[in-house]
Design a protein around this ligand. Structure first.
Ligand code: NOJ
Length: 598
């Protein structure tokens, strides 16, 4: 039976009646799914270590909860509300940087790795947070930024006032410029945030001097990891937080620490994305083999501590097979799967990257991780609601851009999440996605703080849109984020109906949907399960697999599909299935079906 434009089962019936009255016979049948599977793509893990099946929730401290009424979130705010996160059923929280920092890159420019920035609180606040986390049995992972620090870090300040060639300069990557007067940078490397990756300094005697390397903002000088003193310093930082009870680390730009000898020119892209003639594998600033020795050392440090402390790599490495090198048995435990995040609404492409990921990580005995949102990319409710291609690769949307379809975005985001949470391995969630939040896509330039906005003269809007403070309740003008109306970025109007308080009371809310998905994921041990693709879903519009006797189906197409028999455990929304029989899965929807009870 062809269902034409039917969007619900009722529409479908009405249309069929109309067709039979006019004796117009249907020409095709809706796709029917059969529970037949291909050879296993991934066999279940026999190891019970927590990080093999974990769900880790990212807190972006400045946007979580403000207890000082200054419009910026803080550590006491996290401690006060952590029970909500624990209630979701996550294993751990990863905190984006809260260390002392001039905040030129929202804390990824650290001026003291052993101090809490006063805007977030102090070390006692961190200790209090650990106490509460222990009570709630949630681990706290700290964000370690070892590639670069802030230009206000004591070591960099010392380097600036020390002579060329001094031990102080050896902590960083200082070089003479090219050209007669050294007026050209030492090489042609570009900063991720736009412009040259080199900044020239004025020497202590007032003359124009050497350049220092910064793969990010000029306020973020890169450390020189060829210098053993840098390694010793970071081992000590690691121990500082482990001793205070940190459950481990998310490691920033974990592929970039070591640079190729001689710092050769590179005409490829600054972010390492392949460009003709310049494959990622040849980039002199990424993936150098000596970087792995750093993580072997850190792994050994973590293993001295109790409680399975972990390391997770933010290693923007591709192809995915190369990323697996970061999680070999003596290196990190997990690595973010960005290729999965960047795969769009396309079943074939998703199946391909999932299959490749599982194979690549299985080969080194590590779990694959899955992630759909974080503080660097438009949230998936925004991305998947795009009605026009994004004008800016990887950056957010602004008031002049075609706005996303929020309804479509939320439907697809919930479906994508349900699909993701059915996959074996570890999952990462970004604060606010459990409320179905999208970006603030209407931010005016005056609010933009991401350094990439200024460094590209506004050509790139930057990542502020996905970093907007959370809506908690209706108690204040900042929707309960702060006791005052202050919020360092304005919240979109539609968030008034998306507060945590409002969603707690609504059984169909995105929040309650996330809770149920996480509960079932844990009850059925899906994180440790195996994966068998359905035989007959090898198209861009339909995808399905079986894990631990649960069938996970995602409808990415425009037509409903007929589901096999079985008990529906969870659907991505109250309109995901046809109301009458639950036998049809509507477009932009996903479902978990227990085959055990078929
Ligand atoms: C990756 C972080 O996630 C991002 O926010 C930051 O700007 C860069 N690394 C530089 O530290």
């Amino acid at each position: 039976m062809h269902n034409g434009n039917a969007s619900t089962f009722r529409d479908f019936i009405v249309m069929m009646e109309r067709m039979s009255q006019t004796e117009e016979l249907p020409t095709a049948t809706p796709h029917e799914i059969h529970a037949r599977f291909q050879d296993p793509t991934h066999e279940s893990s026999t190891s019970a270590e927590w990080w093999r099946r974990s769900v880790i929730y990212q807190i972006y401290p400045r946007s979580f909860r403000d207890t000082t009424s200054n419009g910026i979130g803080d550590l006491p705010g996290i401690t006060a509300e952590l029970h909500h996160v624990a209630d979701l059923g996550v294993d751990a929280v990863w905190l984006s940087p809260f260390f002392a920092s001039p905040q030129k890159d929202a804390g990824y420019d650290v001026s003291d790795y052993r101090a809490v920035d006063p805007i977030f609180g102090n070390l006692q606040d961190f200790d209090d947070l650990i106490t509460e986390a222990n009570r709630l049995e949630v681990k706290i992972l700290v964000d370690l930024v070892p590639n670069h620090c802030s230009d206000e870090h004591a070591l960099f300040r010392q380097a600036l006032v020390s002579p060329k060639g001094s031990a102080a300069r050896e902590f960083f990557i200082f070089r003479d410029g090219r050209g007669e007067d050294g007026q050209l940078p030492p090489n042609n490397w570009l900063s991720h945030f736009g412009g040259s990756a080199w900044t020239r300094i004025t020497e202590p005697d007032g003359t124009k001097g050497q350049y220092y390397l910064h793969l990010f903002d000029s306020s973020q000088p890169d450390f020189n990891w060829d210098n053993p003193a840098v390694g010793d310093e970071f081992e000590s930082v690691l121990r500082f937080w482990l001793d205070r009870g940190a459950g481990g680390f998310r490691v920033d730009v974990a592929h970039a620490l070591v640079k190729a000898p001689g710092l050769p020119d590179w005409n490829g892209r600054a972010d390492g994305a392949d460009s003709p003639g310049y494959p990622f594998a040849d980039a002199p600033m990424f993936g150098q083999s000596a970087v792995h020795d750093v993580y072997r050392r850190w792994r050994a440090v973590c293993e001295e501590y109790d409680g399975e402390r972990v390391l997770c790599a933010e290693a923007n490495v591709h192809p995915i097979e190369a990323m697996a090198d970061w999680v070999r048995p003596d290196e990190m435990h997990q690595s973010f799967n960005f290729p999965f995040l960047h795969t769009g609404w396309d079943g074939k492409a998703l199946k391909a990257i999932i299959t490749r990921s599982l194979k690549a990580f299985d080969a080194v005995g590590a779990p694959t991780t899955w992630v759909l949102s974080n503080h660097d990319v438009p949230r998936h409710a925004t991305r998947l609601g795009a009605v026009a291609p994004s004008p800016r690769d990887g950056d957010g949307l602004g008031p002049d851009d075609i706005q996303p379809d929020l309804h479509l975005g939320l439907a697809r985001a919930r479906a994508a999440t349900l699909f993701m949470l059915g996959l074996p391995g570890g999952a990462y969630l970004y604060q606010g996605e459990e409320l179905g939040l999208g970006d603030n896509t209407m931010l005016d330039p005056e609010y933009r703080q991401d350094p990439s906005f200024a460094r590209t003269n506004g050509e790139r809007l930057g990542r502020d849109g996905c970093r907007v403070p959370l809506p908690w309740d209706s108690s204040s003008a900042s929707l309960g984020f702060s006791d005052s109306e202050a919020s360092w970025l304005p919240q979109p109007q539609e968030w008034a109906s998306l507060t945590r308080e409002a969603q707690t009371a609504d059984p169909h809310s995105t929040l309650n949907f996330y809770k149920e998905a996480l509960r079932l994921r844990s009850a059925h041990q899906l994180g440790l399960g195996d994966l068998n693709w359905l035989e007959d879903t090898n198209t861009s519009s339909l995808l399905g697999f079986e894990n631990s006797e649960i069938l996970v189906v995602l409808n990415l197409g425009t037509e409903p599909v007929v589901l096999p028999a079985g008990e529906v455990l969870l659907a991505s929304s109250s309109s995901a299935l046809d109301a009458a029989t639950s036998a049809l899965l509507n477009p932009n929807s996903a479902v978990w079906i227990s085959l055990h009870h078929a």
